[in-house]
Design a protein around this ligand. Structure first.
Ligand SMILES: O=P(O)(O)OC[C@H]1O[C@H](OP(=O)(O)OP(=O)(O)O)[C@H](O)[C@@H]1O
Ligand SMILES: O=c1cc[nH]c(=O)[nH]1
Ligand SMILES: [Mg+2]
Length: 209
């Protein structure tokens, strides 16, 4: 089974509490999502491979380690995943980005694809799939199927909030994938919204409601 990491950190709880507040507008919501993504990336990137290099300090030659960020691919699930893209890119700036447009059909709760544009993936790529909300898990499972169909192998999911039901659905379908979450919420409501949650992340980022 892949790793399941829940940040459960006071700084993240503080920021998530402001994001949950329905009075928080898109500017602050975006800024907080970016800040939390930076903190989560610090943990999610812990397993990135490094290669040794020689470094000449002003005093002596020593060994250093470098991440080959060209072997990292970030996959934000549109739209809401875009709110996490800059946070990851600011720490792995030469990563490739694969865009996947998927929305959740409100009746069937199935994922509906509308856009795919990926760079070439190879076996040794490290892939980070981003979506702030993991509710039923259908959108994430769809995204993971797409990433794997393009050859993706070492995959880490990064989410802000998740429902326990959604985590299980993803773990059952993709037991090889690591999952990093800022906070796990209580449950889903009758419309499959995360409770307590923060509403529709895409709408809150882009003021579409
Ligand atoms: O786990 P699930 O039940 O599939 O729900 C989660 C999905 O729902 C939201 O996207 P939405 O369909 O609202 O699209 P948007 O990002 O364009 O708002 C969210 O960003 C996830 O992609
Ligand atoms: O609570 C939820 C569930 C799905 N998508 C969201 O944006 N929020
Ligand atoms: Mg939405």
């Amino acid at each position: 089974m892949g790793k399941l990491f829940v940040a459960d950190h006071p700084l993240i709880k503080h920021k998530v509490s402001i994001m949950r507040n329905k009075e928080t507008g898109p500017k602050e919501f975006r800024e907080l999502l970016n800040e939390i993504t930076l903190l989560l990336t610090y943990e999610a990137a812990r397993g990135l491979p490094t290669s040794e290099i020689d470094v000449d300090t002003p005093i002596i030659r020593t060994k250093g380690e470098m991440v080959d960020d060209k072997k990292v691919t970030i996959v934000p699930i549109l739209r809401a995943g875009l709110g996490m893209l800059d946070g990851v890119l600011s720490l792995v700036p030469n990563a490739g980005v694969g865009f996947l447009g998927v929305f959740r059909d409100p009746e069937s709760l199935k994922a509906v694809e509308y856009y795919v544009k990926f760079p070439q993936l190879t076996d040794n790529h490290q892939i980070f799939v981003l979506d702030p909300m993991l509710a039923t898990g259908h959108s994430m499972n769809y995204a993971l199927d797409v990433v794997k169909s393009k050859g993706g192998k070492n995959i880490t999911v990064m989410c802000l909030l998740a429902a326990p039901e959604g985590i299980k659905v993803v773990q059952d379908a993709h037991p090889d994938v690591d999952i990093f979450i800022a906070e796990v919420d209580e449950k889903l409501n009758d419309h499959a919204y995360i409770i307590p949650g923060l509403g529709d992340a895409g709408d809150r980022l882009y003021r579409t409601k």
